[in-house]
Design a protein around this ligand. Structure first.
Ligand SMILES: [Zn+2]
Length: 452
């Protein structure tokens, strides 16, 4: 760097003084969230009644919160507001009821903004931005922890037909206010990978296109810069785990149509990261959103490089599974297609998905694939070398419930595989069913993913 530039930079730093020195980095925001957050319940357990308690607290702190509409089941839908600046920023979360992370992040964000108004960073946000946010657009879906609303319509495919009251409300809020930037906040499948890397996509971003050809416009370039700012903010925590969401234009989806209606939208999809909790993902959302607001206020978004976004790898699905069992000797105990299949060595891929129930969260596991799965990754892996594996139902094949019985190889000669009461007569050395293990310690486990 030439001496003149160095001096100019120094002068700039000295002149802008304290505000530069105090501007929080994403590491500071990360730490501040830990100290200042008001959400302590896992987002997947937050229901409408809990949201109302959070909002009561924000109201008591002085945040503007209004009821703006009702769901199919007449649950109130709220909008929060902060700031008085000319740049209008609009965020909405949980239009899919089972995608809750950002709802908690928005609560913590508004609390943070309200409590830190005296800092130079937040006061500059307050002066330059008006922020409105709808947390939990689909409270009925959240209640049942299901994607769709109570008409069983996917609100995010209702932007054109507008049959859902929640979708109508979102359109009305946008049309009446015409925000400059929108944030569409979702969760994606935890088994989403950053394309070609085998790494879990903890966060995926999309600068939403407004046409089929994915053209750039000043609005879309700004969306890309916002994404670049998010990548920069999150890099210290999840480097390599940020993907780019499928950018095919979808003529029924809100993000796409809101962009076309004149409000460029950034989509943030929260995935998962092995070993990190739901609250850790709230923290990442908080850091991303706060960093963007800060960057919009201080101009660093404008200076961001949109090519950082263009350079992100696209999401990939089907390469990460919940569990891969390696090197098992599979025994199919029933005839398939009138043939008895001899034991064969194989990997087994299993996915576990949450199944909602009144009393507790449950998991349902199903066999996804059988064969050489060496090119795939399991969030958990177990090495079944030296074990026979048989499916409780008799035949191991994709689509069946994953209920697996493991027997040490040396026991095999004494086992009558055709026995109807196999499990009772010959107790297995290990059992896996719906995410639950017994005797897991007998197998060699490798809990490290292919690539971290
Ligand atoms: Zn979604």
């Amino acid at each position: 760097m030439p001496v003149k530039t160095v001096i100019a930079c120094l002068l700039l730093l000295i002149c802008s003084g304290i505000s530069v020195a105090q501007a929080p980095t994403s590491q500071t925001l990360y730490a501040e969230w830990l100290q200042q957050r008001i959400t302590h319940t896992d987002p997947s357990r937050v229901r409408h009644v809990d949201l109302k308690k959070y909002l009561d607290r924000l109201r008591a702190e002085g945040v503007t919160v209004h009821e703006v509409g009702r769901s199919v089941a007449d649950r109130e839908i709220y909008q929060m507001e902060f700031g008085t600046g000319p740049l209008k920023v609009f965020m909405w979360s949980q239009m899919h009821g089972d995608e809750p992370t950002a709802t908690s992040a928005l609560i913590d964000l508004f609390h943070y903004l309200q409590q830190n108004r005296r800092t130079s960073t937040v006061s500059s946000i307050e002066r330059s931005i008006t922020l409105r946010a709808v947390p939990m657009l689909n409270p009925d879906g959240a209640e049942l922890f299901q994607r769709r609303n109570l008409q069983f319509i996917d609100i995010n495919r209702d932007a054109r037909a507008l049959v859902t009251p929640e979708g109508q409300l979102l359109k009305k809020l946008r049309d009446e206010w015409s925000p400059d930037i929108g944030f569409n906040l979702h969760n994606q499948n935890p088994r989403t990978a950053v394309g070609g890397t085998g790494r879990q996509a903890a966060i995926s971003l999309l600068a939403v296109p407004f046409d089929e050809s994915g053209s750039d416009s000043p609005g879309r370039i700004r969306s890309k810069k916002i994404c670049a700012r998010i990548v920069e903010a999150l890099a210290p925590f999840i480097s390599g785990h940020i993907g780019r969401y499928d950018d095919t234009f979808n003529p029924r989806a809100f993000g796409d149509l809101i962009t076309r209606w004149g409000t460029p939208v950034v989509l943030i999809e929260t995935g998962a990261l092995r070993g990190r909790s739901e609250m850790d993902l709230v923290q990442l959302n908080f850091v991303a959103l706060t960093s963007v607001l800060k960057g919009l206020a201080d101009g660093s978004v404008e200076r961001a490089d949109p090519r950082v976004y263009d350079g992100l790898r696209f999401n990939e699905s089907g390469t990460i599974f919940s569990l891969i069992i390696r090197n098992a000797l599979v025994i199919n105990r029933l005839e398939t297609g009138q043939a008895r299949v001899s034991p064969f060595t194989s990997d087994i891929a299993i996915n576990e998905d949450a199944a909602w129930s009144e009393s507790k969260s449950q998991r349902r596991a199903s066999v996804q694939d059988v064969g050489d799965l060496s090119v795939f990754y399991g969030l958990e892996e177990a090495d079944a070398r030296g074990y026979y594996v048989t499916c409780r139902q008799g035949v191991l094949r994709p689509g069946t419930e994953a209920a697996l019985l493991f027997y040490k190889k040396e026991r095999a000669v004494k086992i009558d595989w055709g026995a109807a009461d196999l499990e009772a007569r010959f107790p297995p050395d290990a059992v896996y069913r719906n995410g639950e293990w017994s005797g897991r310690e007998n197998l060699k486990s490798s809990t490290v993913m292919g690539k971290e």
